[in-house]
Design a protein around this ligand. Structure first.
Ligand code: PGA
Length: 261
């Protein structure tokens, strides 16, 4: 795992955008794993800024997979993750809705939604780079504490903490859905490169537990320690509780330029 302490969310955005663009430049039919929430927004804005400046790669061959989706919102709801990803990223990059996949929360199809999503990811050849946030409770995608480290895409119940954290996107806390469909931790681990980003002191404890704590279902993001290619980009506040912060800083400063992330 490579932990990169950075000065600000905008530095994270630049590096994360570099990683994503490099994958698409190398592989026109790249498979991109996308995350929602507030943390990825500067990354998405940076990608769109470069695209509009004709400095980005061609996205016409990519396929995208969203990490998760709310269950129980009306189809097309502006806070559904399908609508959010279109609004915040893919529309701006000229990626058509047909290129973007998400778990299917339609009520009649719920019992098979997980296995159908897994099959779609597999048929696309797996995810090349997966962008990830982290919950203040250590969740990864919507795998809440206690989730099996081997879990696959399935329905989950959100914790009270996550519903509270996400209430800012809705008119009232009661409107935050109680259930979600989420890629499992075992599903996430199959992506070739995992790119976790976290900003702000609200993420400091979760980031420290994920990176330096024991691998445990009590901190689902700690499962990243089992993956061979993980990059963790943290701003100063999110990195503030890492015991080995000085070492990570030294490692990054002395990183050979040919190595990349
Ligand atoms: P946030 O969400 O980026 O809005 O903090 C992260 C997450 O819940 O994984």
């Amino acid at each position: 795992m490579e932990v990169v302490p950075l000065g600000s969310a905008s530095e994270i955005a630049v590096l994360a955008a570099d990683v994503i663009e490099a994958v698409v430049r190398r592989k026109r039919a790249a498979v991109l794993g996308l995350a929602t929430g507030s943390t990825p927004l500067p990354v998405y804005q940076e990608l769109i800024r470069r695209h509009n400046a004709a400095a980005g790669p061609a996205y016409d061959g990519v396929t995208c997979f969203n990490l998760d989706e709310y269950v129980g919102l009306p189809a097309g709801h502006e806070q559904s993750y399908r609508a959010t990803i279109a609004r915040e990223l893919t529309d701006g990059l000229g990626i058509s809705p047909a290129q973007v996949n998400g778990p299917d929360p339609s009520p009649a199809e719920l019992p098979t939604a997980g296995e159908r999503y897994e099959a779609l990811i597999k048929a696309a050849g797996g995810v090349d780079v997966q962008l990830l946030g982290i919950g203040s409770d250590g969740h990864l995608a919507f795998n809440e504490p206690g989730s099996s480290l081997a879990s696959r895409t399935r329905i989950k119940t959100l914790t009270a903490q996550t519903r509270k954290d996400n209430a800012r996107f809705f008119d009232s806390p009661d409107e935050v859905p109680t259930h979600v469909l989420t890629q499992g931790l075992g599903t996430v681990l199959e992506a070739r490169h995992l790119l976790l980003i976290a900003t702000g002191d609200g993420k400091a404890a979760a980031a420290a537990a994920a990176v330096e704590g024991p691998v445990s279902a009590s901190c689902p993001a700690s499962v990243l320690q089992l993956h061979p290619h993980v990059t963790v980009l943290l701003d100063q506040a999110a990195a503030s509780r890492l015991d080995r912060l000085d070492y990570y800083t030294e490692v990054y400063a002395a990183k050979p330029t040919w190595q990349g992330l």
